[in-house]
Design a protein around this ligand. Structure first.
Ligand code: NAP
Length: 279
């Protein structure tokens, strides 16, 4: 699509991938509205010709206001998201709801707000920032990863529903990326020192860096998105980063092969796993 003059709305621009994407879309000639929960965290972007908007993706009224302000949204980038650490058993209902409210219901609400206009005009693009973790489970961060699994299903469904209206859905699966993601990560209230999962969390934390030894700069993800949007058409999924490609290949080899990869390649040696036959 032609990005020159395209009206672009992006969520979660205070740091990381959202901020880099706002700058990259503006650099490609787009008219950009960057949004954040705390607008003061992004007002410096105004010196780059970017407009700024208050937007918490869990707030339906704020979404309505932001979309009305932009008017005809040509490119929506659903980027806002955070991670929640905790084993399945350790995550409380409210924590799970909050995770899904931001990472899944937020994009869903925003899509509902912009789709009628895109359909009427017969064009538009929706970019959902998922993760390779949307295809690859990992112990101890199930709430986050399953919210991305759900976002994957959402993007795929949306693509099937709206492609024939001229609307492109782009499901972006970045690998590990330098950002404030780690600093923003929450811990489930059920995580307690010495409980049944404490050893698993220790192992997870030790093994995690082996999965993604090198983080991408957020600009690399942003540039990949812009390059993809510039094409007239392309695939639903955009995977960015060596780790993203390798980990998706590992899971696609099969369920058992993926577990074997975790144990024998990455050294996920939490003791209950060692006792499993075949590992
Ligand atoms: N970094 C990685 O390794 C990585 C890898 C794969 C996918 N991703 C995905 O990339 C996206 C961006 O993350 P990042 O890595 O750039 O992390 P980040 O630096 O923490 O940025 C996340 C952004 O989301 C915003 N946000 C959180 N909750 C929000 C809400 N309710 N409403 C509006 N904004 C909200 C944060 O704003 P505040 O400043 O208000 O908190 C922040 O601007 C996320 O969806 C993440 O899951 C990241």
């Amino acid at each position: 699509m032609n990005l020159k003059g395209a009206r672009c709305l992006i969520t979660g621009c205070s740091s990381g991938i959202g901020r880099a994407t706002a700058l990259a879309l503006a650099g490609a000639g787009g008219r950009v509205w960057a949004s954040a929960r705390r607008r003061q965290s992004i007002t410096d972007l105004e010196s780059q010709g970017i407009q700024t908007v208050d937007l918490d993706v869990t707030d339906a009224a704020a979404i309505h206001r932001a979309v009305s302000l932009v008017g005809e949204v040509d490119v929506l980038t659903n980027n806002a998201g955070y991670g929640l650490e905790g084993a399945v058993e350790e995550v409380a209902d409210e924590e799970l709801f909050e995770q899904y409210n931001t990472n899944l219901f937020g994009p869903w609400r925003l899509c509902r707000a912009v789709l009628p206009g895109m359909r009427e005009r017969g064009h538009g693009a929706i970019v959902n920032i998922s993760s390779f973790g949307g295809e690859v489970p990992y112990p101890g961060i199930g709430a986050y990863r399953t919210s991305k699994f759900a976002l994957e299903g959402f993007s795929w469904t949306l693509h099937l529903e709206v492609a024939h209206f001229g609307i492109r859905v782009l499901d972006v699966q970045p690998g590990l990326t330098e950002s404030d993601f780690g600093a923003h990560m929450k811990r489930a209230s059920g995580m307690k020192p010495g409980n049944a999962y404490a050893g698993m969390h220790e192992t997870s934390a030790r093994v995690y860096p082996r999965m993604s030894p090198k983080a991408l700069p957020p600009e690399a993800v942003a540039e990949a998105i812009v390059a993809e949007l510039r094409k007239d058409s392309g695939p639903l999924r955009l995977r960015v980063g060596e780790d993203a490609h390798r980990m998706v290949a590992a899971i696609r080899a099969g369920d058992d092969e993926y577990e074997r990869y975790l144990v024998s390649q990455l050294g996920f040696d939490w003791h209950p796993w060692k006792n499993r036959s075949g590992f």
